[in-house]
Design a protein around this ligand. Structure first.
Ligand SMILES: [Zn+2]
Length: 323
């Protein structure tokens, strides 16, 4: 019987990277990120969190991707952020602080409420000016001194500071300049992690060469900046996943195993509640851009089954195998 979380992580990494939509980019993104650490990524992330984040310490979780033409929050990332916040509080008694664009706070708060998470703090970030974002970053870091920062499907800027969708559209005005806080936190010694699925999210700077080689619009976008969608920011550990929410769920599963608390991974019923809530308050599928019960073009039932597959890693014998 395996007794190392990295063995569990091998299976979970494979699961969270399954390319059901055949988008054609996740396997090389995963390989590139994995080659930087030479270990499974979900379990490495879980270990990094469990070993560093002590009770009552703050973990900043940031998400937020808003799509044109109206700047509406998508369903990917936001569910992972909410469930991971609950997981870290449950597993480690940590204090999660969630950062998202001001206009997306209502969606995130509704999702947290659907999970019964009433104590998690949600802070709305300004989107207009870089200077404003920098000031806010300074304030937040001074006030909360986070031990860890985790970005999940967080819109990341290119080398000119412009933000783009996977289709190469410019969405700079919809997004907070989150790099100000990620870079500053990293310099202060905060452990930084990022989950992404497309190459235009925070953290993808770790594997920028591969992103530029394989992701459409990576080097040439459709906006006047002409500099491409590839994100430039770097983090301590990047975890690519076929769908960013899945990456968060995979990490939750490894933390559940490490802490012997299966409840750290939410149930498929909770997943259903979260997605229904997100849709009820106006979020859209990032791929279809419709207000429908799906994430990245994959219908709700698949996500519910996905949670059940992850739960299968946490059966009794597997949990007890640790001891
Ligand atoms: Zn551009």
């Amino acid at each position: 019987m395996p007794c190392d979380v990295n063995y569990l992580g091998e299976g979970i990494d494979r699961l969270v990277c399954i390319d059901l939509k055949s988008r054609g980019i996740i396997y090389p993104l995963y390989e590139a990120a994995r080659s930087l650490v030479n270990k499974p990524l979900t379990s490495t992330a879980a270990k990094l969190i469990v070993e560093n984040l002590k009770a009552k310490e703050v973990v900043i979780i940031t998400t937020g991707f808003r799509l044109p033409p109206l700047g509406v929050q998508e369903t990917d990332g936001i569910l992972g952020a909410a469930s991971l916040a609950k997981a870290l509080r449950t597993a480690l008694n940590a204090k999660p602080i969630l950062l998202i664009e001001e206009n997306s706070t209502a969606v995130l708060m509704a999702i947290l409420k659907s999970l019964g998470e009433k104590t998690t703090v949600v802070l709305g970030l300004p989107t207009r000016k870089l200077e404003e974002a920098k000031e806010k970053a300074e304030e937040i870091l001074d006030e909360y001194s986070p031990t860890a920062l985790i970005a999940i499907e967080k819109a990341g800027c290119n080398n000119l500071g412009e933000y783009h969708t996977m289709k190469g559209e410019n969405v700079t005005n919809f997004h907070t300049k989150i790099e100000a806080i990620v870079e500053k936190a990293w310099k202060k010694g905060t452990v930084t992690l990022a989950i992404g699925d497309g190459g235009n999210e925070v953290g993808m700077g770790n594997i920028k060469e591969v992103v530029e080689r394989i992701v459409p619009y990576a080097t040439q976008c459709c906006c006047p900046c002409k500099s491409g969608i590839a994100s430039q920011s770097k983090v301590d550990l990047l975890i690519p996943a076929a769908i960013s929410n899945w990456g968060a769920y995979g990490i939750q599963t490894c933390i559940a195993w490490l802490t012997q608390k299966p409840e750290v991974l939410h149930t498929s019923e909770m997943e259903q509640k979260m997605l229904k809530t997100a849709i009820n308050v106006g979020a859209i599928d990032g791929l279809t851009r419709k207000n429908e019960l799906s994430v990245d073009g994959i219908p709700m039932n698949i996500h519910l089954s996905f949670i059940k597959l992850l739960q299968a890693f946490l059966h009794k014998e597997n949990l007890n195998a640790k001891f």
